[in-house]
Design a protein around this ligand. Sequence first.
Ligand code: ACO
Length: 425
Amino acid sequence: MAKIELDNMILECPVIVGAEKEKAIDISELRAKTGYITLDDSFSNTGSCKSAITYIDGDKGILRYRGYPIEELAAKSSFAETAFLVIYGHLPNKEEYSRFSGLLTDYEILNESFKHHYEGFPNNAPPMAMLSAMINALSCYQPEVNNNDISKFDVSAARLISQVRVLAASAYKMSVGLPTVFPYPEMSYAENFLHMMFSLPNRPYEMDQDIIDALNMFLILHIDHEQNCSTSTVRLVASSGANLYASCAAGVCALWGRLHGGANQAVVEMLNHIKNADYNVKEFIDMVKNKKNGVKLMGFGHRVYKNFDPRSKILQAAAHKLFKKAGQSDELLSIAQELADYALNDEYFIERKLYPNVDFYSGLIMQALGIPLNMFTVLFAIGRMPGWIAHWKELSENPKRRIYRPRQIYVGETLRHYEPMSMRG
Ligand code: ACO
């Protein structure tokens, strides 16, 4: 028990200890018993739920899905297998995997009228806007999803995981005026996405195993990251009883921002900017440290990791491998490396415990795969979908769930009364 002393009274609050010994004080009765609420701007120190999906130790740089280290899954698993693990809590056996991948195949084709939805967007529409709108639109074709019948969950989840890549690739094809391409049942998830992005009806995309493996790994690394901004959004929306598609569409919107998933695009834009600018890496870092015009070192820093981000280490190694193999100009990678080396030895970044996060190298991987810049965050959303789905399921299956409803401290005007316009100064 923790004791909180307030206004001459003592409130005993239960201490909650997690599976990895992390501790929390349960303050759910604080307001009812004392009239106080807790104030934690931006939720830096607020646990919003108990969850059994992902464990992070930000001080030690540990990330595990359902107990499995991210490094093992990235090296040995496939996106579809890890998606099953994250959603259902265990690695699938043969039969379970075959059913799951069968559902992904069965539900991979979009309703033909999606074509008309796409036609309504301008050519330069941001793909994240289209993706969010299209995911929400999925519920129009499966109205029973609004009943949130958990017995239908397997089909809805598979449909969403399978179709999000089709929606994304179609958005890209439409934006460049090329015909959309259907997925092939015999291809893996990652392979199929590349096929839909880059094949044409008259010219199939030539697959390279290293590229497929890199995309598979990228998607696995992005599957879940506990109560981040977009996942908290999904849970918050779901807590009102919103359906799976509506909740995940909201997750896409939250992910879009440059401080979250949008950072992968922002990093490559920053690297290109430095490449073309008339100042060097040191001068750029000085601008960041001086907080000049709000310039940040994109891809650095994290609310939870105060040591290295394990995903960034895996992606860094993969980026070097891919650039070497493709014989691509590695100018941007060199600038990234120089920035990282400089920042990691600079007092500003050391003091604030700022390290490269998942986005620092992931944009470079996307670039090596030939993914257009405005699709980088879309790729993040495809990877994150099983995580959002797992959180929607966890929340929806909790018999004690209640609608999310944070409190506030009101700092506005106190009571005043309406005056007719003629009397206002
Ligand atoms: N560049 C320069 N300074 C930074 C950076 C950065 N990337 N990140 C944090 N800081 C500074 C802050 O200005 C602050 O300085 P101060 O103490 O002088 O005021 C200090 O470090 C502490 O940072 P916070 O703002 O408290 O960090 P917070 O937890 O609120 O934000 C965030 C985390 C959003 C990730 C931040 O580090 C950031 O903006 N990074 C760049 C964007 C980015 O890479 N986002 C992707 C994150 S990973 C993901 O979402 C997938």
